[in-house]
Write a protein that binds this ligand. Sequence first.
Ligand code: SF4
Length: 422
Amino acid sequence: MRKGKYLIIWPDSGLSTKNNHVNAPYHFIHLGEVVNYLNKKLDNSVDVLDIEASQTEFPSFMKQTIDNEYDSVALFLNSENLYNGLKLVEFVKVINPKCKVIGYGEMPLYLPKFFKTTQFDAIVDKNCDQELAILDYFKYGKQENNDKLHDVLLINNNQLIRTPKKEGLDPREWGLSSKEEVPIDKYLEMEGKNQYVMTLSRGCPYGCKYCNATSYYGTCERRRNIGSIINFINENDYDYYKFFSPNFTLNKKEALKLCKAIIMNGKPIKWSCTTRPDLLDDEELIKAMAMAGCYKIAIGIESISNKDLESIDKRYDSEVIAKGINMLKKYGIEYKALVMFGVPNQTKDSILYTIEFLKDMGLTIRPTAYTPFYEMNHNMTAEQISRYDKRTYYDGIDNLSYGDFLRLIYDTENYERILKKE
Ligand code: SF4
């Protein structure tokens, strides 16, 4: 019997998100780790076409589709590449009408109903391990009887049919991006440094409505096995590692264990992670992180103004933020402040207050636009959905034009000229 042939595609994005360092980690996580797991389970029969990272030409995509007669294809979809993803599916179906196509990623999570009227045959459901769902679909999606399918929504006659939930994947089985499977060199170019990204944990109990961390993997946090992290570090020589995790310091006991294991291992590494401002209160942990090579933590502050924080349901205040900043300073870890401009009811004054507060504390600020993904709806076109882009979304701030809003994001250093002009 012919062995199955499968393909995973990352469609090209719009101008604002092409090949940049903010995007690179997602290629490691949502493509590299997924395909690594699938290839282990499917006898290395999964090809990858990372059109965005490799800037693959359309004729190459067509040739690959024609040459391989794939049984099933999966596409990673976010608001920025949805339009191109829909186009690619049309061509896949024209060339090989029997090929089954499944979508995964942000768009299927946010807008499942949108896919009812597309050429997709299925999408991955929320709150599950996406690679498990894709594996089921690749293995059983062509059968008439769908009893073996889990964690996918089947699309049939413009209806979504939900299949049962499956227990999550044991973290010991999580994949690791491999050069043999995905264009890691391109990801490093996107990053602008020799930095390898790996998932450290999945799931977030906070469920902030503008973020997808909880929709992807649920509220319960699971962590990668420490032994496999140490093995990977010992077998590779990247200059930097990014431990991808909604909140590295949420499970303090496990975070501390990892730091101690890295220190004990004896091979020095430099690494960064992400967490919340109110999860930086454990001095023993922060000290251990610094000793284990943590040089930077990206922290989703969003704003310093207590009014802004209330409006996005963040239950910490500027005092808590300041304490965390001082804690990292004490141990020489860079505090990278992730802030959002345009949060509901935000004013020019509160933006100015946030920037000045953070500048006074000597921090690096990385702003994005607050993007109400929850306002998207399935009656929108792919082009309308592409407006929900956290690099450019704007919903109006009193006395701040769209031009000045973008200047603030992309030329933050000149905030005084932008915000104080009459
Ligand atoms: S913004 Fe942070 S805390 Fe909130 S759901 Fe996302 S990862 Fe969790």
